[in-house]
Every structure is written in structure tokens, then in C-alpha cells.
Design a protein around this ligand. Structure first.
Ligand code: MLT
Length: 278
């Protein structure tokens, strides 16, 4: 097999079978690989504060899930399984055999499903502000109502309503740049991707019953004020996974890596060092 020459930098593009994925790839060639997977409806730039730090010692990759950021949307309906297939095809295209996955919220759903179905491709897992349950009937109905309200009232109104749930109250004063950046990410996501992804989230399967089968080290991080996936949910996952540890971040909501980057990075650094992942 001929090895492809690795490209480094930001906003790189790689062609998978039916679509092009946009990604950032920085850090030493022969270091351990961490792949960061963003939440909904954000993009790879939500991990910039992690990439800045970890590229010194790790190969740090953050990519845009199909339809988000600068990745193509493709023609098909979305599903978490589909996103996992994209992730594996993306790793294959970059010739990455094994990586540590770090996913936030929807990124965590993808990471959990990927580890469940392709355990040999991952050496550790970092689950941030996420959950293993499927949507309740009420949650599914809410997603359908959200699709309708985006159609009726537009993306800007949706973005403003979402921000209130994504950030802890304190972040609206102390993290203005991050709040503005997240608003931009949301309003730059197409209506088609928003509704396609909302349907994918509503249709996702639970992964709680598979947590005890996870064999690799797992770090779970959650913002103490996360309103979407509150700390209790992380505590439950921590109890189910054999080799897991949980860290609850003060002064952070659902976007804990952006709201409390210093503490977030410190916990990830300890985890990757103790588990010799770099
Ligand atoms: C996310 O941040 O990815 C979403 O809140 C996930 C969800 O709505 O289930």
C-alpha cells in the first residue's frame, strides 16, 4: 500500500466516496492521534482552544460532520450510523488505523456508536456533555416542532433560542466572543442540514446497554450547569463504564470545552498522559 503524503493545517479537504470533508490536522507526524467531533449544529472550530494546546504533543484532527462547517452535505438522509461510516471512511482516507476520539454531545453520540461498532480502531474515548439514551417521545416531538419553527421563523431566531441552552448564564458575560462565534456557526448551517440532523438525532438508538462492553479508557467531562445533558447523565455513564473517570467542570454549561478551556484541557492532558496516548 502506498502511503499518502499527509497534509497539515486548517480547512483541508479530503474526498470520501460521495462527499468532501473539511478538517484541520496539526501536530507531529508520529504522535498519537486525537480526533475531535463537534456538537450540533456547530463545526470543527469549536475545538480551536484544544487544538492550540494539544498540537504541541499530539496529532490533533477536528473535522466538520457532513453538512456542517465546510463539509459537503451529500444527497442522503442523515443518521448517527451514517456519520459513523463517514468517520471511519475519513480515518481510512487519512490512513489512520487507531485514534483517541473526543466528542461533545452529538459528537459523543457518534463517538460512542463508533467505539461500539469498530472497537479495534480506537484506543481511548473522551465523552463531553453527552448521553447514551435515545430521545423520549416528547424529545422527538420537540425536534419535529423545531424543524417547523426553523422553516417558519428562520435560523436566526433558532440560534438565539439555542444559545440560552448551550451556555451557562455566567458565560454570557465572561465568554462573549465564544457566544458570538457559536451564533455564527449556527446561522451558517443550512436549513437542510439543520432539519436533516434533527431527524438523525431524533432517530438515534440508545447506547447505554453497551457501555459495560467498552474496554478502553474513558474520560467523561460535563459542565456543572449543562442544561441539555446534565451531570446526572454523565454520572450514570461513569457508573456503567468499567474504566471511566468523570470530571464536572464548574462555571460551564453544555459547551464545556469553550466555556472552561483551561480546566477542560488540564483534565484531557492528565488523561492522555496517564494513559500514554501521546
Ligand atoms: C448537541 O449539542 O450536539 C445537541 O444538543 C445534541 C442533542 O440535541 O441531542
Amino acid at each position: 500500500m502506498t502511503l499518502i503524503k499527509r497534509k497539515t493545517g486548517n480547512d483541508l479537504r479530503v474526498d470520501l466516496k460521495h462527499l468532501t470533508i473539511s478538517y484541520n490536522d496539526n501536530g507531529p507526524e508520529d504522535a498519537g492521534v486525537i480526533i475531535f467531533i463537534h456538537g450540533f449544529p456547530l463545526n470543527k472550530s469549536m475545538w480551536n482552544k484544544q487544538a492550540e494546546v494539544f498540537k504541541e504533543t499530539c496529532r490533533v484532527i477536528a473535522y466538520d460532520i457532513r453538512g456542517h462547517g465546510h463539509s459537503d452535505e451529500g444527497e442522503e438522509d442523515f443518521s448517527i450510523e451514517f456519520f459513523v461510516n463517514d468517520l471511519i471512511a475519513f480515518m481510512d482516507a487519512l490512513e489512520i488505523d487507531k485514534a483517541t476520539l473526543c466528542g461533545l454531545s452529538m459528537g459523543g453520540y457518534i463517538a460512542l456508536n463508533a467505539v461500539e461498532n469498530y472497537p479495534e480502531r480506537f484506543d481511548a474515548l473522551i465523552l463531553c456533555d453527552t448521553q447514551c439514551t435515545e430521545d423520549s417521545i416528547e424529545a422527538k416531538e420537540k425536534r419535529l416542532a423545531t424543524i417547523e419553527s426553523i422553516k417558519k421563523d428562520g435560523v436566526e431566531k433558532y440560534a438565539d433560542a439555542s444559545l440560552k441552552k448551550l451556555f451557562a448564564p455566567i458565560s454570557f458575560a465572561g465568554k462573549k466572543a465564544e457566544v458570538a462565534a457559536v451564533r455564527e456557526m449556527i446561522i451558517n448551517t443550512s436549513e437542510k442540514t439543520l432539519s436533516n440532523t434533527l431527524l438523525a438525532l431524533a432517530g438515534r438508538k440508545e447506547s447505554c446497554s453497551k457501555l459495560s462492553e467498552i474496554k478502553i479508557p474513558v474520560l467523561i467531562i460535563v459542565g456543572k450547569e449543562d442544561q441539555i445533558t446534565p451531570p446526572e447523565v454523565s454520572r450514570t455513564m461513569n457508573n456503567e463504564i468499567h474504566n471511566a473517570e468523570l470530571y464536572i467542570l464548574e462555571h460551564a454549561g453544555h459547551l464545556s470545552n469553550m466555556e472552561s478551556p483551561f480546566e477542560f484541557n488540564k483534565q484531557v492532558k492528565i488523561f492522555i498522559t496517564v494513559n500514554k496516548l501521546v
